[in-house]
Ligand binder design. Sequence first.
Ligand SMILES: [Zn+2]
Ligand SMILES: [Zn+2]
Length: 307
Amino acid sequence: MANLLKELKEPTKCQGSETMTDDKIVKLVFLARKNKENGNYSEAEKQLQMCISLFENNMKKDKTPQTLVEYLTTKAEYHNLKAKVMFKDSDTPLQLRENAVESLKLMEKARNIIEEKNLPGKDDIENNILKALKNTIDVFGCIIPEAENHYVIKCPIRIKNSFRFGMSPSIIMKNPKCSICGNNPTDPEKCDHIVGVIYDGKVCRIIYDNIDIDHTALVERPKDPRCVPHRILIPKTDMEKAFTEDEIKQKERDKSQLYCHLCSELKIIPDIDFNIFILMQKLEKDDIKSSESSKEMIISGPLLFAK
Ligand SMILES: [Zn+2]
Ligand SMILES: [Zn+2]
């Protein structure tokens, strides 16, 4: 470890010298990857760490978006390595997971810059994020955020597997009007326009000036497949019903958050987007607000109006 610190100080010492070229970084990254492939993880870690400090020094002068992207992706590679390898005995799975998430965040930052500045490599980084995201869920599962009275399940796989239903809203529409003639379209004597047909360049629609929601039914096959729960609040007292004994024991043992491993076990990790993943991992405003009672199971999903 002492050796590593000495090496890290090197770039500061020779700041501004000719030795700090991008070539040097490229070579070091190459060496680090080679070492990683061969299982020399400590060497790879040192080399990546050196690359990061070389980059940080370079960036005092070179502030181009391209350099920033390279810096962020190198840092992501470093955290990715720390997510895979326990370097010290004191490293915990939780720390490994934090490194995995940090790596994802850095890649997402790089992706945003690539997109904003129209730099090359957008597809590559998007593929990498998706792969890393799936890998993170595969290895570590997903966090089930905990509110005062509830656990908030947002894992799409767990929801799909544990709660096989969708929502079907029943809506009362009052005072329908034809958008072409303004009359009640249900009265064939007053209006003979057909919905969807174009009359003098205008599409015929039915307009309602008053909508009431009568009820929402839980159905096996909602007409609109998007009408499925996206968040389920389970009272803490009911948690055994939704999680395995092992999952609860692990939580108590590690004094950690509750992890969902269903998604990794089923090996059908969905193509979720980075932002959804991050939202899944923490409490959002709505999660807390709805958590006032400790007795109810609350299911919420987008109430869409199926056509
Ligand atoms: Zn009409
Ligand atoms: Zn999950």
